[in-house]
Design a protein around this ligand. Structure first.
Ligand code: ATP
Ligand code: MG
Length: 215
């Protein structure tokens, strides 16, 4: 743990782009542009506040272990990660999208989710998918992928996928359609539990500024 300062873990990619304006509004401006810099640790205009820029799926791990005091992580990543040794403090309302079941348009035209009993699904969200369908008594054969889920139905890997959708353009471009909604997703501010006690004042100060910036 960073003894007196505060370290904030940010996901590379979409969340980073959407986080920077929010952090700036909260008075936390990186001294170098994290979108361009190759540095993994970036100082900010706020005294003692540092940013670390990491893979989205690693944010909960850094925060749970106290390598970062605060983190910005998608709800998808939080739902998927098994442990819950962190506080989910604030919905930042950025990087909004939805987690959906999708399938080829031809199949979707006559498919009815109420008739599902057993599904073969390709996804990177193995835990969420298993939980979602187990709760409905539907058996699943899950094929774990790390990206490009939309490809799976096109090559016969699985009829259905569970993936994030925002505009739906990628699905459409690959002849897929949404068939079932699993969850609405946005990025959340998360915190290490020990840091919330040991650095109460500076943590609370940052959290309040971010809450104001969210509006
Ligand atoms: P990597 O590309 O390093 O493997 P990743 O695919 O998880 O990681 P992104 O695609 O940038 O990286 O996704 C990071 C987070 O951004 C996701 O966990 C999700 O919360 C959010 N996100 C992903 N896709 C969208 C989208 N289409 N619209 C809005 N937010 C999204
Ligand atoms: Mg990606």
């Amino acid at each position: 743990m960073n003894e007196c300062g505060i370290t904030i873990a940010l996901s590379k990619g979409r969340i980073l782009e959407d986080s920077l304006p929010l952090l700036a509004a909260a008075g936390i401006a990186p001294v170098e542009d994290p979108l361009k810099s190759r540095k993994l640790i970036i100082e900010t205009s706020a005294p003692g506040v540092k940013l670390v820029v990491i893979r989205a799926a690693d944010v909960p791990t850094y925060v749970q272990w106290g390598a970062a005091d605060l983190g910005v992580a998608g709800r998808d990543v939080l739902m998927e990660s098994e442990g819950n040794g962190l506080y989910e403090l604030l919905d930042l309302k950025i990087a909004r999208c939805r987690l959906m079941v999708a399938e080829p348009q031809g199949l979707a035209a006559h498919d009815d989710p109420r008739t599902w009993t057993r599904l073969r699904i390709a996804t990177k969200y193995v835990n969420i998918t298993r939980r979602h369908f187990a709760a409905k008594g539907i058996q699943t054969d899950i094929i774990k992928l790390y990206g490009s889920m939309e490809l799976a139905p096109l090559v016969g890997l699985a009829d259905r996928i569970v993936d994030l959708v925002s505009t739906g353009k990628t699905l459409k471009a690959n002849g897929l359609a949404e068939i079932e909604h699993i969850a609405d997703i946005s990025a959340w501010l998360v915190a290490n539990k020990a840091a919330m006690k040991m650095k109460y004042r500076p943590m609370q100060d940052l959290i309040e500024r971010l809450a104001k910036a969210v509006g």
